[in-house]
Design a protein around this ligand. Structure first.
Ligand SMILES: Nc1nc2c(ncn2[C@@H]2O[C@H](COP(=O)(O)OP(=O)(O)OP(=O)(O)O)[C@@H](O)[C@H]2O)c(=O)[nH]1
Length: 533
């Protein structure tokens, strides 16, 4: 029952409505906020990634260009005659190596078929070894400088980048090849790319050689010299391999979303990829969404409590009014107007209820009156007379007083009805009532109990009660001597009166019976007569 009341309550429904509205608003805000923030952040993050990729690509390009320039310079300076004197050539390499450190993996010179003539610093197994199968030897043998495929070096046993430039004799024919070896882990070479991470660990750089289908270097060391993913595993990577340079969002082979930016290293055909997981790049979006949810939950709780309190305060008079009305309905308290605390909507409702209550009172009074009074003359009817008679009997016994009952029946009343109509008869009854009322005291009860029958109850009489009753009866008879003037016509009615006096054994019924019998005796006298029993 109580649960049902709580559920049916306006407050509960309003609070549920408010909570639903706030929840719907929060869900909409959650998705809208996420969408707009992500849109904005995507632009910012992509621009940042692009700037980073471009910066690293330019740095690598500078370092490659420096080495190409140096290698060409050395090749131009190297005396042709030394190619046939390995010891002198090695000494020349040693002297020139001293002034530069761009090729920490060493310099070596091969004949035009790729067999090593001299190297410095010497590496075990490099002397006389043939590198004829290497791409950089094959291209340089044809007269062009070349950056070779990054590989695990034959002599050094670690990842290296070989660079070759041809040596020309006086006839402009390739007489030998000068090769510079840079280990990929050399200080000041690719360490900016290899040691820099973007974000919290999963983001970083990759240096990609599309020609060789491998990663030259990466922030993730395990990727160095690893083959590139197969086409189709990362759509943006596929576009980059086809020449696209720019930024975008794509899913990697593991299905994780990443923000990628690609920039070319102009001196090679490599490109740098700056990559950061979308989960890190857009972490702010998630934080903002969680904040939006938390703040909405707090706001909902606070608002719910506040709204409940406020609504209870506003509707409290209504609850009290309902309680009071309920108690009135059960008869616990009388039907009185409810108190109005404020003249708001609730106050208006209670005021309307009070007006309804007033109307009810009025109608109840009318019904009460109709039940106890004669509608034609307004005199008490038989029922009210019986009540008053019982009351008067009880009072007279308590106070030792007396009472008399005068039963009066009009004489010749039917004639008026018959000669002038029923309305004239009614008018005659009202006029008789007025005349009789003028005789009786206010404390007496004059009742109309039938067509032309009236009863007068006289109470609080002293020992001369019978005499007093007769005097009043005489006055009533005398009052009827004057004809009634109805519709211009003069009508005469008489009155026969039977008087009953109380005795210790009297009851209301016995008194009425005695008075009635006395009236019949008076009737038989021929009218305008009284009899007492
Ligand atoms: N106009 C009118 N007539 C009524 C009313 N009540 C009863 N009557 C009539 O009053 C008459 C009463 O009859 P009676 O007592 O015989 O009339 P009466 O002429 O006084 O005769 P007696 O009493 O024998 O002298 C009847 O004709 C009723 O129809 C009423 O409220 N209005």
């Amino acid at each position: 029952m109580t649960k049902r009341r709580i559920f049916d309550s306006i407050i509960t429904r309003l609070v549920i409505m408010v909570v639903c509205l706030v929840t719907v608003g929060t869900v909409i805000r959650y998705f809208a906020l996420g969408h707009f923030l992500r849109q904005d952040l995507t632009i910012v993050v992509q621009e940042q990634q692009q700037a980073l990729a471009g910066y690293v690509a330019r740095d690598i390009d500078d370092k490659i260009t420096q080495r190409q320039t140096l290698l060409k310079q050395l090749a131009a300076d190297l005396p042709q005659a030394l190619l046939s004197r390995p010891a002198a050539l090695q000494d020349w390499l040693r002297q020139h190596y001293r002034y530069q450190s761009l090729f920490p993996g060493g310099l070596f010179v091969t004949d035009r078929h790729g067999r090593v003539i001299a190297d410095y610093p010497t590496a075990p197994g490099r002397q006389n070894h043939s590198y004829a199968d290497r791409d950089y030897i094959q291209v340089a043998a044809k007269g062009s400088g070349y950056i070779g495929k990054p590989v695990i070096g034959y002599a050094l046993r670690l990842p290296i980048l070989p660079m070759a430039t041809p040596l020309f004799d006086n006839n402009k024919q390739v007489s030998g090849i000068l090769v510079g070896i840079t280990p990929l882990s050399s200080p000041g070479f690719l360490d900016l790319l290899q040691k820099t991470q973007i974000g919290h660990g999963k983001g970083g750089f990759q240096l990609v050689s599309p020609r060789d289908n491998l990663y030259v270097a990466s922030s993730q060391q395990a990727l160095a010299l690893a083959p590139l993913p197969v086409p189709g595993s990362n759509p943006l990577h596929d576009r980059a391999m086809a020449g696209y340079r720019g930024s975008g969002i794509s899913s990697n082979a593991a299905g994780e979303e990443e923000v990628l930016a690609m920039a070319t290293v102009p001196s090679t055909n490599w490109f740098v990829v700056a990559q950061v997981p979308a989960s890190e790049a857009f972490a702010t979006v998630g934080h903002a969404q969680i904040f939006a949810i938390k703040s909405a939950i707090v706001a909902t709780i606070l608002f719910g409590l506040l709204a409940t309190g406020c609504m209870y305060f506003v509707l409290r008079p209504l609850f009290h009014a309902a309680e009071d009305a309920e108690r009135m309905a059960h008869g616990d308290i009388p039907l009185v107007p409810l108190s109005i605390r404020r003249m708001d909507e609730v106050g208006h409702l209670i005021a309307a209820f009070n007006r309804l209550l007033g109307k009810l009172h009025e109608q109840q009074g009318q019904l009460e009156r109709l039940a106890h009074h004669d509608t034609l003359t307004g005199l008490p009817n038989r029922r009210l007379l019986a009540d008053r008679l019982k009351l008067a009997l009880a009072q007279s016994r308590r106070h030792g007083t007396h009472l008399a009952l005068l039963f009066m029946d009009l004489d010749g009343f039917k004639r008026i009805n018959d000669s002038q109509g029923h309305d004239a008869g009614d008018e005659a009854l009202r006029m008789v009532t007025e005349r009789l009322q003028a005789i009786v005291r206010e404390s007496d009860t004059l009742a109309r109990i039938g067509g032309d029958e009236f009863v007068l109850l006289m109470s609080h009489l002293d020992t001369r009660a019978a005499e007093t009753a007769r005097i009043v009866a005489d006055k009533c008879i005398a009052a009827m001597q004057q004809p009634l003037s109805i519709n211009g016509a003069s009508c005469k009615v008489g009155i026969s009166i039977g008087i009953a006096m109380d005795t210790p054994a009297s009851t209301a019924d016995s008194l009425m019976q005695q008075a009635d019998q006395a009236m019949y005796l008076a009737k038989h006298c021929g009218g305008d007569c009284l009899r007492q029993v």
